[in-house]
Design a protein around this ligand. Structure first.
Ligand SMILES: [Zn+2]
Length: 494
């Protein structure tokens, strides 16, 4: 260490200017390469004797844990905790350290005793708290779920981050979907997944706080309303719903635990939790099984499957499959998503296959308002009568599909196929369609011939799937939206 410090030289940069090399002659530079190692060496001789009231993990007494100088210790009795603090205080006294009583707190987990004990650091009484943040994780002793505050804190952080991301729209205009997804993964996802390896989603209401942040972000990115379907937020962007993302990360952490050497504390904690699971008690492993079992399409995990890296990999695949299956089932059965069925995407090997979760090509069109218009049309959240009249509003009941008639011809159901390709009453609509189809058919006789042979609905599938038509289609759909906006939806007399 002395050799490192003797040879270490520093360089200061300001903008493009660099100082000459210089040496630091005093102190220990916090945050430099050597300081975490030096701290570990410094703390290494802080050894606490085993105590009768120690917490045992897999039979191993846990004296304390430390994240640099942020130290947590626990005991099964107040007297045991006081003994630990006294031992630690003694070590600090002979090692030139001071414990700040102001910054030290203690917490009771489980039912509090009838007479509250007093815990001291030296002569100073330390404060009893009901919530505390340790290594980025919030703990609360007065809620039935100890990690409840983690959800409220991270949902609030996620919301602030969403606002910050969309604030840039006042400078750049609409945020493009691809860049929005990149920002989501870089800036929002870390908040929504923080601590998810340990904090398992056993409380649906708390998970809902994080889901709400995710849903609102993707809806705004895609220009969808609060009434839009949830499944399309994921099938169109390829983003994994947060409950699946969190459980996949938790399973990845389990795999890490399985492969740890036996000397590690985390391995002891894992083994302890496995033992509790085998005995049918609550614990992290049983919580993990509970969460898997309560997915919309349940994944059943035996304790044996949670003990090997290979079977955990299979479980991760099964969770993703469970997500894809339940999303695809909704797409295949909902009347709102007829335009999203039977889609294929080109795989890496060039083959075409159905991919339930994928960042769709139409989202890459350059004009953001065109992209939002196409997304709303495809996902059943459009200004068409078939979508607008589906839901009840104040003073009006939902209208049966056969009565959601075209605002121009009053004769047929106003759906995408009718407005895009067949209604011939509104001159402006006919002109827009003619312009679009002529540009689409130019140099593509096969498409023109196909249009004569297939149904209007299938033709829309074909047009959306043509990457070469991406920009024209966006413009066409947006122009039709503008046209529809000047004439109210038709409410038929029944
Ligand atoms: Zn019509």
């Amino acid at each position: 260490m002395r050799m490192i410090y003797e040879r270490m030289e520093y360089l200061v940069r300001q903008g493009k200017d660099y100082s000459g090399l210089l040496k630091s002659l005093i102190g220990l530079l916090t945050g430099d390469t050597a300081s975490p190692g030096l701290w570990t060496f410094y703390l290494a001789d802080c050894v606490m004797p085993d105590d009768a009231d120690d917490v045992l993990l897999n039979g191993r007494p846990i004296s304390f844990v430390a994240q640099a100088d942020d130290i947590a210790m626990w005991s099964t009795s107040p007297a045991g905790l006081q003994r630990k603090i006294d031992v630690f205080l003694l070590w600090c006294c002979v090692n030139f350290m001071v414990i700040s009583a102001m910054k030290t707190m203690w917490m009771i987990l489980g039912p509090p005793p009838r007479i509250l004990p007093v815990i001291r650091v030296g002569p100073d009484i330390i404060k009893l708290v009901t919530k505390y943040k340790y290594v980025g994780v919030m703990f609360r002793s007065t809620h039935r779920y100890i990690f409840a505050d983690q959800y409220t804190a991270k949902a609030a952080k996620g919301r602030s981050m969403s606002y910050a991301i969309f604030a840039m729209e006042s400078f750049i205009g609409g945020l493009p979907a691809f860049e929005g997804k990149t920002l989501y993964m870089a800036r929002l996802d870390p908040h929504l997944t923080a601590g998810c390896e340990v904090v398992l989603d056993v409380e649906t209401e708390l998970l809902g706080l994080l889901e709400d942040v995710q849903h609102k972000f993707i809806r705004r990115l895609l220009g969808l309303t609060y009434r839009s379907m949830l499944c399309v937020l994921f099938t169109e962007t390829g983003i994994l719903p947060i409950r699946y993302r969190r459980i996949v990360l938790a399973l990845g952490y389990l795999k890490y635990l399985v492969l740890l050497p036996e000397s590690r504390l985390a391995w002891s904690a894992y083994m302890d939790s496995m033992r509790l699971a085998r005995l049918g008690h609550k614990g992290w492993v049983n919580d993990l099984r509970f969460v898997l079992l309560h997915l919309p399409k349940p994944v059943i995990a035996t304790i044996g499957q949670l003990s090997s890296a290979e079977t955990i990999d299979d479980l991760i695949d099964e969770v993703v499959k469970s997500c894809e299956t339940s999303l695809q089932l909704t797409i295949d059965t909902s009347p709102k998503t007829v335009l999203l069925r039977n889609r294929v995407e080109k795989g890496d090997d060039g083959s075409l296959k159905a991919v339930p979760l994928h960042f769709r090509d139409y989202l890459r069109a350059p004009a953001v308002h065109h992209v939002k218009a196409v997304t709303r049309w495809l996902t059943g959240d459009s200004p068409l009568a078939v979508d607008v009249l589906r839901n009840a509003v104040r003073g009006r009941e939902p209208v049966p599909r056969v009565w959601r008639l075209c605002r121009f011809c009053h004769a047929e159901v106003e759906d995408a196929a009718h407005i895009f390709l067949t209604c011939g009453v509104n001159e402006e609509l006919v002109l827009l369609r003619k312009e679009f189809l002529e540009s689409a058919y130019a140099g593509d006789d096969a498409l023109r011939v196909l249009s004569l042979r297939i149904a209007a609905q299938d033709m829309i599938h074909t047009l959306v799937a043509r990457r070469s038509l991406r920009n024209q289609l966006g413009k066409f759909v947006w122009n039709i939206g503008e046209l529809l906006s000047v004439q109210d939806v038709f409410i038929a007399e029944r």
